[in-house]
Design a protein around this ligand. Structure first.
Ligand code: DX5
Ligand code: ZN
Length: 200
């Protein structure tokens, strides 16, 4: 398991000032979270692989983590890796999740599965989870920043940590320092935060 880390989510930054926002977080954080949405898997649109390439150019020292909220993740894997993504998360709710995990595994980069707040934990495929070493637990409904943290996330995190103590757990959405402290106590290594990191 990795050391505790805040990972800022670029989606919460002012879209007309992404360059400045990146330069700012580059001094304070080691990684950046890039949300890719297709308007189909979630009711919103955000970035594509061109944004990953731009982040790489402007803030080359940040590790780029991509969160794919798309119905066809296969189409995004190679473009994102070529653009500089170093860790990619794919949703377990997507029909082609298992195939996409195989592609990610073959790519050699870090990868993991994401689970939505309403998805039963039993839907997480044990073998893939163990092979990846990572799991991202959504603590809001994906698609928008600025939502409230869903309290039931604490129990879900505790259950996953108990079942898979060796996994690096990430939680995404509605996180502030108070919530992050509780999550860290439950075994969470990475907290993704949009509003907290960019809207202060
Ligand atoms: C939501 C995204 C999150 C979001 C987090 O779909 O996956 O990464 O940007 O933003 P906050 O911290 O404002 O909930
Ligand atoms: Zn995200």
């Amino acid at each position: 398991m990795s050391a505790f880390e805040w990972i800022p989510s670029l989606f919460a930054a002012d879209p007309l000032c992404f360059g400045d926002a990146l330069k700012r977080v580059s001094a304070d954080y080691a990684s950046i979270h890039v949300d890719i949405m297709d308007g189909h898997f979630v009711p919103n649109i955000s970035f594509g692989s061109a944004m990953v390439a731009a982040v790489k150019r402007i803030a080359p020292r940040l590790l780029i983590e991509v969160h794919l909220m798309v119905t066809n993740p296969e189409n995004f894997i190679h473009p994102c890796i070529q653009a500089g993504a170093q860790r990619i998360f794919v949703h377990v709710e997507v029909p082609s999740a298992a195939e996409t995990c195989k592609t990610l595994q073959a790519s050699g980069i870090q990868w993991g599965l994401v689970i939505n707040p309403e998805t039963p934990l039993e839907c997480l495929p044990k073998a893939l989870l163990q092979e990846s070493g990572n799991c991202l637990i959504m603590s809001v409904h994906p698609g928008f920043c600025g939502q409230s943290f869903i309290e039931a996330t604490y129990q879900r995190v505790a259950a996953i940590h108990q079942a898979y103590p060796q996994l690096t757990l990430t939680v995404d959405g509605g996180i502030n320092p108070e919530i992050a402290a509780k999550l860290a106590n439950l075994g969470v290594a990475h907290c993704v935060a949009g509003s907290y990191c960019f809207k202060q």
